[in-house]
Design a protein around this ligand. Structure first.
Ligand SMILES: C[S@@+](CC[C@H](N)C(=O)[O-])C[C@H]1O[C@@H](n2cnc3c(N)ncnc32)[C@H](O)[C@@H]1O
Ligand code: SF4
Length: 376
C-alpha cells in the first residue's frame, strides 16, 4: 500500500511533488478531514478487490508531501484500517516520510507504537548555506538529531535523503553531509542529484541567471564521493540512488516498485498497479475528496501495459538495481547493447559471465545512457 499525504508547511524551491501548503490549497480538502477521506478510498479498494484473493499487505509506505504534518493519531488510524481490511504481514515494513522539523520524540514514539517500523527523513544537506538555497526550513543538524530520536524510540530502520549538486555546494559541504548522515547511525541513505523541475521556483531562478544550472560533471564527482564515503562506512548500494547497511535495511516497498510488484496507492495523484493494470487518481486534493464524498472512484485514468511497455519499464528499473537484470530478459537488440556496455566497462564482467547485467561504478554514473542503448 502507498498512502499519499499532499501537505507541506512550505514548498521547497526545487520540489514539484503533488503537495500543497495551506495557502495553496484553500477550502474543501482540510488536513483535519484527510484521514477520513483516505479511509473512504480504502473502503472502495476493499470492495474492488473483494473477489480477488485477499492480498496480505507486506509493505506500507506513507509518502508526500509531509505525512507527519498529520497528527500521529491520524497516521495510526490509517495503518490500523489497512490492517483491519487485509491484514498486515507479521514482518510488514511500514514506512512514513517525515520532515525533520515536523517530528518530536513524542510523535515518533506514537508512530512507533502504532506499528510504523521505518522512517525516512529529508535531510538534504548539513550545510546551512545549501539548505537556504534549497528553501529548507529546518536548521542544519536537525535531520540527524531527528534520526537519532527515531532510533531512540525504537525505529530500527531510519533513512536520510540527501541532495547533491546544489548550486553553491562545495565538495567539502557534501562530504560533511555524508559524514553527518553516517554519524547519525542510520541504516539507509538515499542520495539524489538535484533535478531542476519545470515550473518550480528553482527553475525560475536558473532561468533568470540567479542560480547556476547544476553541472553533470559536479554531480558525477559528488556521486563518487557518496559511494566512497558510504562504502567506507559499511553501506552497500542496492539501487543507483540508494545505499543500505544490511540486506534487511533495504526499502522493500521501493524494491516492490522496481520489480513490478502490485500495490494500491491511496490519495490524490497516487498511482496503483494491480495485476498488470495501472491507474492513477485525480491530482488535486479537493477533487479527490469531492469524488469520494459522493461515493465515486477518485481514479482519473487507467492503462493496461502492452508487452513492449512492460519490457521497457522492466529494463529501465531493474538495470538500476545492484541485483541487476537477467540477460535472458533482453531481446536481441538489448543483448547487443549489453555487449557494447560490457565492452565499454559499464557492465560488470563477472556478473555478465553469470548471465546478469549489473552496472559498474562508471556504469552507475551513465545509467540513463546505458538504458537508452539497451532499448535502442
Ligand atoms: C517527499 S520528500 C521527503 C519528505 C519530506 N517532504 C522532506 O522533504 O523532508 C522526497 C525527497 O525527494 C527528494 N527530491 C524532491 N525533489 C527533488 C529534486 N527536484 N531533485 C532532487 N531530489 C528531490 C528530496 O531528497 C526529498 O527528501
Ligand atoms: S521536498 Fe518535501 S518538504 Fe519540500 S516541498 Fe517537497 S515534499 Fe514538501
Amino acid at each position: 500500500m502507498y498512502v499519499h499525504v499532499p501537505f507541506c508547511a512550505s514548498r521547497c524551491g526545487y520540489c514539484d511533488f503533488n503537495t500543497y501548503t495551506a495557502a495553496e490549497l484553500g477550502g474543501g480538502a482540510s488536513r483535519e478531514e484527510y484521514a477520513e477521506t483516505v479511509l473512504a478510498e480504502l473502503a472502495l479498494a476493499a470492495r474492488v478487490l473483494r473477489d480477488h484473493r485477499p492480498p496480505r499487505v507486506d509493505t506500507v509506505f506513507v509518502g508526500g508531501g509531509t505525512p507527519t504534518l498529520l497528527p500521529a493519531a491520524d497516521l495510526a488510524r490509517i495503518l490500523e484500517a489497512i490492517d483491519r481490511t487485509w491484514g498486515l504481514a507479521a514482518d510488514a515494513e511500514v514506512t512514513t516520510e517525515a520532515n525533520p522539523e515536523s517530528v518530536t520524540p513524542r510523535s515518533l514514539a506514537a508512530l512507533r507504537a502504532a506499528g510504523y517500523t521505518r522512517i525516512s527523513l529529508g535531510m538534504q544537506s548539513a550545510s546551512p548555506g545549501v539548505l537556504a538555497i534549497l528553501d529548507r526550513r529546518h536548521s542544519a543538524g536537525r535531520a540527524a538529531a531527528a534520526a537519532q530520536e527515531a532510533r531512540e524510540v525504537g525505529f530500527e530502520h531510519v533513512n536520510l535523503d540527501l541532495i547533491y549538486g546544489t548550486p553553491g555546494e562545495s565538495a567539502a559541504d557534501f562530504a560533511a553531509s555524508l559524514d553527518e548522515a553516517v554519524a547519525a547511525g542510520v541504516d539507509h541513505v538515499s542520495a539524489y542529484s538535484l533535478i531542476v523541475e519545470e515550473g518550480t521556483r528553482l527553475a525560475a531562478q536558473v532561468r533568470r541567471g540567479e542560480l547556476a544550472q547544476p553541472s553533470d560533471d559536479v554531480a558525477a564527482d559528488r556521486y563518487l564521493a557518496a559511494e566512497a564515503a558510504l562504502d567506507a562506512a559499511g553501506f552497500s548500494w542496492y539501487e543507483v540512488s540508494n545505499w543500505a547497511r544490511t540486506l534487511d535495511a533495504r526499502c522493500r516497498h521501493n524494491l516492490l516498485y522496481w520489480t513490478g510488484g502490485d500495490w494500491w496507492g491511496l490519495g490524490p495523484g497516487a498511482h496503483s498497479h494491480v495485476g498488470g493494470v495501472r491507474w492513477w487518481n485525480v491530482k488535486h486534493p479537493t477533487a479527490y475528496a469531492q469524488r469520494l464524498a459522493v461515493g465515486a472512484s477518485p481514479g482519473l485514468a487507467r492503462e493496461v501495459l502492452t508487452a513492449d511497455e512492460a519490457y521497457l519499464e522492466d529494463v529501465m528499473l531493474r538495470l538500476r538495481l545492484a541485483a541487476g537484470l537477467p540477460l535472458e530478459v533482453l531481446d536481441p537488440a538489448g543483448r547487443a547493447g549489453a555487449d557494447r556496455a560490457r565492452a565499454a566497462g559499464l557492465l560488470a564482467a563477472a556478473a555478465y559471465g553469470d548471465g546478469r547485467a549489473v552496472l559498474t561504478l562508471r556504469g552507475r554514473l551513465l545509467a540513463d545512457a546505458v538504458v537508452r542503448d539497451l532499448l535502442g
